[in-house]
Design a binder for this molecule. Structure first.
Ligand code: SAM
Length: 216
């Protein structure tokens, strides 16, 4: 997703430090303190304009959500939503999802969502895919033992790649949906991309994969 450069984006982000912290590395190991409760933390890497994470936060006040997005022009759209909804259980982070270990302590996160991640179809760009092994290593560090990744996409090639990448890493595929919208899965919350592609007839794939038990 590319949006036109928004010249007022940095100013807008600076205006709402209560929703999008200026110094996110100050909160390593202290996110529950920031939310002022001890509820589980779920993050979405590549949150885009924030439709999914905002809806999830509204539906699940018992969970703390953090949406991570690398593009400033995109995260400000998610910020607009959050400012309007004023959700106490949602925070946004304008950082690279490849650096999550800089912003979360070991075992601080309970679940990772990846939704309609950029496919980077060229082999030479494989390392940019959000389920490449270096990303998996980072997610594993910040997740609780046996933490899960929930991934949805309309891209068959990226889906197949994710199944192989998760499996090679030693993760357990807990459940796989080859046609989510035709399945009996309940409570699906649509993302922006999901709405767009499914309305054009694309099939939606979903997988839940769990990290292996850590052996010390
Ligand atoms: N998840 C949203 C949805 O389903 O509608 C957005 C999908 S869009 C195709 C992928 C998003 O991931 C883009 O907004 C992009 O900027 C973001 N992204 C890509 N690589 C990222 C990274 N390394 N860290 C954080 N965000 C990333």
């Amino acid at each position: 997703m590319r949006l036109r450069y928004k010249p007022n984006a940095p100013q807008k982000i600076a205006e709402f430090p209560q929703y999008i912290p200026e110094q996110p590395d100050n909160w390593v190991g202290k996110w529950q303190e920031r939310f002022d409760n001890d509820r589980p933390i779920h993050i979405e890497v590549g949150t885009g304009k924030g439709r999914f994470i905002t809806e999830m936060a509204k539906l699940h006040p018992e969970i703390n959500y953090i949406g991570i997005e690398i593009q400033m022009s995109v995260i400000v759209v998610a910020l607009d939503r959050l400012v309007e909804e004023k959700l106490p259980n949602l925070q946004l982070l304008h950082v690279n999802g490849g650096s999550v270990t800089q912003y979360f302590a070991e075992g601080e996160v309970d679940q990772v969502y990846l939704n309609f991640s950029d496919p980077w179809p060229k082999k030479r760009h494989e390392k940019r895919r959000l389920m490449y092994k270096s990303f998996l290593e980072s997610y594993e560090k910040i997740l609780v033992p046996e933490g899960e990744i929930h991934f949805k996409t309309d891209n068959q090639g990226l889906f197949e790649y994710s199944l192989v990448s998760f499996s090679k890493y030693g993760m357990v595929l807990e459940q796989v949906w080859l046609n989510l919208h035709e399945s009996d899965f309940e409570g699906n919350v649509m993302t922006e991309y999901e709405e767009k592609f499914s309305s054009r007839g694309s099939r939606i794939y979903r997988v839940v994969a769990k990290f292996p038990k850590k052996i010390n």
